[in-house]
Write a protein that binds this ligand. Sequence first.
Ligand code: UD1
Ligand code: MG
Length: 451
Amino acid sequence: METVILAAGKGTRMKSKLPKVLHKVCGKEMLRHVIDAAKEAGSTREVVVIGNGAELVKEKISGVEFVLQAEQLGTGHAVLCAKENFANSNGTLMVLCGDTPLFTGELLKNFVDAHENSKVAATVLTAEMPDATGYGRIIREDNGDLKKIVEHKDASDAEKNIREVNAGIYCFDVKKLFSALTQVKNENSQGEYYLPDVLTILKNSGEKIGAVVADDYTQTLGINSRVQLAEAEKVLRQRKNIELMESGVTIIDPASTFIDAEVEVGQDTIIYPNTYLEGKTKIGSDCVIGPHTRFTDMIVGDNVQAHFSYCHESEICDGVILGPYVHIRPGSKISAKVKIGNFVEVKNSNVGEGSKLPHLQYIGDTDMGSGCNIGCGTITVNYDGKKKFRTKIGDNVFVGCNSNLVAPVTVENGAYIAAGSTITDTVPEKNLAIARARQKNISGWKDKRNS
Ligand code: UD1
Ligand code: MG
């Protein structure tokens, strides 16, 4: 079974600069959802028809073949553009739209099986929509067979009352499809070559066609507007939350938990409300995440706790405690059992095992060893206005409160830094560095000032 996916349209109703099929649902492009489901259903080859924003689509989507539809003359014309790609194909061609991202591979698999078992020339998937506005309506014969599909814009008032719609998912005998497609005309309200018309053409030429109703209409929702995009997001988010809960994750309040499609979460992890797990984030087991936490493209070990934290493109190892109010910025690795909390920012840094950054630090471009205790208010001074420099801190270093480490600078193993120091030179192993003015007390100063 091979697949063609239609993705050349502009998506006018989205009112967007971005091609419609690149808009994301649960953190993944609509088109990617469609491609992944096709592959899951056993498709061996996917040809994507592109046009609007073709270069951008090619840049963002890999692992498929592309064919250009230079002018968007309708869905029937779009499929015809891929004719040469399937010149040597036999058997079943599945046709999907790039703007229906909610179906699962399982739904497609069952649909393909139904098509192949019934030995018809074409099968269309239909759905009973609570609100059918905008969709093509399924017109059936008195005996229940498919008669034709009428687009919303061409439908009479009576036809508009029909709630059974074309889901935009089809299976064809590939040879019969391409020979009938050339007969599709554009005599309709939109002046477009409609793909659904090919079904009537096949039927009128004596072929058998089928129409299978989907069990779950939410899987066939099409996205043409931002409102529909938000509806799809809600359906998919709910599905993802249920999938995770069924695999042993506790989600305290699914309605306020936002987990992207590709995120992985281990068993017995508890997710508190207002938490966002995004992109390719992977979380281990027995963690407590949230409330109010956002992880984007994070690798997180087991037994991690993170409260009120924002962390992106970094790695956090087992047993780390984060928060409240922590910002871990890209390129950081936080080793096991580190504690970071209370208004701390870490950027592009390695923090060694068991080190503590408990309050009000900025650690940027730093390589820190294990067992360090970094005092409140410590700042790595990594930028001279032109260039960034790294700070090196060994193992078991103790930095007193309110110290500045002016990079490039090295603090060797076991060194101590007195509170309030501004360190500009290497602190050798096990030394104490004091770099501040000595205190001077002026006796009787107040009385003298007042006189
Ligand atoms: C289409 C169907 C409609 C069905 C609905 C399901 C047609 C004529 N109508 O309507 O019966 O109920 O999907 O969601 O097929 N595209 C191209 N080239 C074109 C035109 C469209 O590649 O020239 C692509 C679009 O990028 C999109 C897909 O085809 O991914 C469907 O086009 P769209 O304009 O969204 O059709 P609908 O009005 O939703
Ligand atoms: Mg559509």
